[in-house]
Design a protein around this ligand. Structure first.
Ligand SMILES: *Cc1c(COP(=O)(O)O)cnc(C)c1O
Length: 353
């Protein structure tokens, strides 16, 4: 289920000029967001993250338009804040007071933060081996943390059971439509940053795929509103070699991703063996003439060192995976060094210590 808007009325007030004058943050795009009453719009300062043009790294690769969209400055240190700010706000507007979420780590922290802000209750189901900072933040925000013996798929099973038993609202990826709307704002911000055009290539680390699907939706809405033209970036989905269900499905020309057995990677946000929105992700990749590829944990660690030492960005392993993927794409000749390429650093490396 995805949210729809009256774009004909939205375009009357959501103009490039109006946007530029509004306070920073993702609520600038309120005509394209689901919360109607401004009183319900929670904010901790999410969105409007930096689009950093690379220096040494781009130069060494012969690329003069290589960017990092750095999501690490979001509240709770990852882009999960965008999705949960929206989902919690809209759910509150609809009368929800108690939430439950399965998470690889960051989504649970983000839910717990916005629930604290809203004085609502949150229950978080997380693998027991998720990064310690994720566990600590959930408890500190006052949410109830359930550590699960297994992966996010097992956490999802337990969270779903608890949701049914207690009547809690389940904010699992794509089981409600609004986290995707929050992630969509990354695409809106890119369009504005590129002066109402779009980059040529977006490289995105994919777990549940909310960002890919959300950005693809954002571009279509912007075009219908006359803010951008028909040109689209090629979307690149990056997964870890130890858990790559989307890559496997893409390579097999399938529109469904099969469950990945024995998932393992240091990039905990990519350790998502069962992909609920597989069809939406694969469709966006193909429509954009994009590609899916995986990188090893060793490549991720190496790329993390390079982003840190050459660009001053301490990326999450998921974010570093996009640089590792860029090297492969250059080797294969899949992209041209003159193209405008955006890597998504989806979170802060500090959350993995
Ligand atoms: C959740 C997460 C991802 C995957 O995001 P999706 O939109 O679910 O594909 C990537 N990076 C980090 C840091 C995450 O927390």
């Amino acid at each position: 289920m995805l949210a729809c808007y009256d774009l004909a009325s939205a375009r009357k007030t959501l103009t490039a000029q109006a946007l530029a004058g509004r306070p920073r943050g993702l609520w600038r795009w309120s005509e394209l967001l689901p919360v109607r009453d401004p009183a319900f719009r929670l904010t901790l300062g999410e969105g409007d993250t930096a689009l950093v043009k690379t220096g040494q790294l781009g130069q060494a690769l012969g690329m003069n338009a290589l960017y990092v969209k750095d999501e690490s400055s979001n509240p709770t240190g990852s882009f999960k804040a965008r999705g949960l700010a929206l989902a919690v706000s809209r759910a509150l507007e609809l009368g929800v007071r108690e939430f439950v979420i399965p998470t690889a780590g960051n989504a649970g922290g983000a839910l717990a933060a916005y629930a604290a802000r809203a004085r609502a209750r949150a229950h978080v189901y997380m693998p027991a081996d998720a990064p310690l900072p994720n566990q600590v933040e959930v408890r500190l925000f006052g949410a109830e943390l359930h550590l699960v013996d297994g992966l996010i798929s097992e956490a999802a099973r337990q969270a779903g059971e608890a949701a049914r038993a207690h009547g809690w609202f389940d904010v699992s990826t794509f089981k409600e439509p609004y986290r995707c709307e929050g992630k969509k704002t990354m695409g809106l911000e890119l369009a504005e940053a590129f002066e109402w055009s779009l980059p040529d290539v977006i490289i995105y680390p994919t777990g549940g795929g909310t960002g890919l699907v959300g950005m693809w939706k954002a571009f279509s809405e912007l075009e219908q509103m006359g803010l951008i033209g028909a040109q689209r970036p090629r979307l690149v989905s990056v997964q870890a070699a130890g858990c790559a269900p989307v890559v496997r499905a893409f390579e097999q020309n399938s529109d469904r991703a099969q469950f990945w057995e024995g998932a393992q990677t240091i990039a905990s946000g990519l350790r998502v063996p069962g992909v609920f929105a597989d069809r939406l992700i694969l469709r966006a990749l193909r429509q954009s003439q994009g590609i899916a590829l995986s990188v090893t944990d060793e490549e991720i660690v190496q790329a993390q060192r390079e982003l840190a030492s050459q660009e001053g960005i301490f990326a999450a392993p998921e974010g570093a995976a996009t640089l590792a993927a860029l090297y492969h794409l250059l080797d294969r000749g899949w992209l041209d060094r003159q193209e405008r390429v955006v890597l998504f650093n989806t979170g802060s490396g500090l959350k993995y210590l």
